[in-house]
Design a protein around this ligand. Structure first.
Ligand SMILES: NC(=O)c1ccc[n+]([C@@H]2O[C@H](COP(=O)([O-])OP(=O)(O)OC[C@H]3O[C@@H](n4cnc5c(N)ncnc54)[C@H](OP(=O)(O)O)[C@@H]3O)[C@@H](O)[C@H]2O)c1
Length: 385
């Protein structure tokens, strides 16, 4: 039910909506790194200008933000009847791991729902119709851009079937990515930042040469948070049995039929192994990974792997650290080849950080990407949040 009001009333209302939606986005952020494959969602119940309940989605399979906010209201001894629900993503209307939020909203006699953005998941398309049928006023599209950024990996999977890709590279001033004296190119603050990125993704991915050259752990040490899965592209299983990355049993090696059963059996004691037809077909590999629940991958190199991802035009976000050092001999990585669509630049410790998205290589590619996204948009995904 949409009611026409005076411009003054509308302005005041939209300021109020923005104020509370901003709070739902802040609440939703508390779930970052914990809710995958589900989106991060925050919800607030407001009555007579007062917050009477709030909640955020904490874990996939657990109650949705709306349900937690309704329960919180009960705990505070408040009544939900006639209140307004603010939520950072439109409420679901289907049975998944939990019941439909639309039903709980109707049962709680909430009279108005304001959502930052609507969920493109085809399973959620009936929400508007349900609210209309029950005379619940429904507004969508407040601070939509911020809400989209927060759930970019979820939205990418739902609309394309692919995981969201963040590609991180660390370079010296003269564009070398290896050959430094000492174990690291970047300063401690930059490495801490990388650990923050790691704790918010489902998996970190590297090529076998990086494992052989650096023997990295690829875990989260400098900040608190969960360790991501570690994916290694290794077509002939060159990885050493005692590699640091294999120590916690959280590694996934992608390999090919080139490898012997004996090698696979031995390594399968330490890691999950997936055999693919063509290890260069990244889109196929990524679709497979996304369908197992890996919706955000941090690609951490090296050069060949980074170039493969860039050539396939599947990088959503690029993160580049530039350290104030010159490396005489090492592997080059050209920054000039990156065509930035938008980029934020900031100082981090003694390094410079460039962060942003890239343009498709040309107009034809841009059209192709758009077309494939349109084709995939309404496909039902293996996702019942
Ligand atoms: N500064 C940084 O940000 C950074 C980050 C990471 C690494 N590094 C440095 O980079 C160096 C390693 O880089 P690199 O270019 O030699 O190797 P890499 O990218 O680490 O690994 C490349 C290898 O991965 C395998 N691979 C399997 N599928 C692939 C695919 N679809 N695309 C690309 N590679 C695939 C191939 O080996 P097989 O054919 O045997 O499968 C390929 O030779 C190291 O010196 C390391 O220290 C720097």
């Amino acid at each position: 039910m949409y009611i026409t009001k005076s411009t003054n009333y509308k302005q005041k209302n939209s300021m109020k909506d923005t104020f509370f939606i901003k709070k739902t986005i802040e609440l939703a952020k508390k779930g970052l790194g914990e809710t995958s494959p589900n989106p991060c969602v925050g919800a607030i119940l407001v009555k007579n200008g007062k917050i009477i309940g709030k909640g955020w989605h904490k874990k996939a399979g657990g109650p949705h933000a709306e349900i937690i906010a309704i329960d919180d209201c009960g705990k505070r001894g408040e009544k939900t009847e006639g209140s307004t629900l603010y939520v950072s993503l439109s409420p679901c209307c289907h049975y998944g791991k939990t019941g439909p939020c639309t039903e709980a909203i109707i049962d709680a006699k909430i009279s108005k729902v304001v959502a930052a953005m609507s969920d493109p998941n085809p399973l959620c398309h009936n929400t508007t119709t349900i609210f209309k049928k029950h005379n619940i006023e429904y507004t969508v599209g407040i601070m939509e851009q911020q809400a989209r950024e927060l759930n970019a990996p979820y939205l990418k999977y739902i609309t394309t079937g692919l995981p969201y890709i963040t590609l991180k590279m660390a370079l010296s001033l003269n564009e070398k990515i290896s050959g430094q004296q000492g174990p690291y190119i970047t300063c401690f603050e930059s490495r801490k930042y990388v650990h923050k990125l790691r704790r918010n993704v489902d998996a970190v991915l590297v090529g076998i040469n990086t494992i052989l050259a650096d023997n990295p752990h690829l875990n989260v040490r400098h900040v608190k948070g969960k360790n991501p899965k570690k994916i290694i592209l290794d077509s002939s299983l060159k990885i050493h049995f005692d590699s640091a990355v294999l120590r916690d049993g959280n590694a996934l090696i992608i390999t090919t039929k080139k490898t012997s059963e004996k090698q696979k059996n031995l390594l399968s004691k330490k890691a999950e192994i997936i055999v693919v037809e063509n290890i260069k077909n990244l889109k196929k590999i990524l679709t497979l990974l996304a369908d197992t629940g890996i919706r955000h991958i941090l690609v951490e190199g090296g050069k060949k792997v980074a170039e493969s991802f860039l050539q396939h035009q599947i990088v959503d976000k690029m993160v580049v650290f530039i350290a104030p050092i010159i490396i005489k001999k090492g592997i080059d990585f050209s920054l000039a080849s990156l065509k930035w669509k938008e980029k934020k630049i900031k100082k981090i410790g003694t390094d410079i950080l460039w962060e942003g998205s890239l343009f498709p290589k040309n107009k034809t590619d841009e059209k192709k990407i758009k077309k494939s996204r349109e084709k995939n948009r309404n496909k039902k995904r293996n996702h019942e949040r």
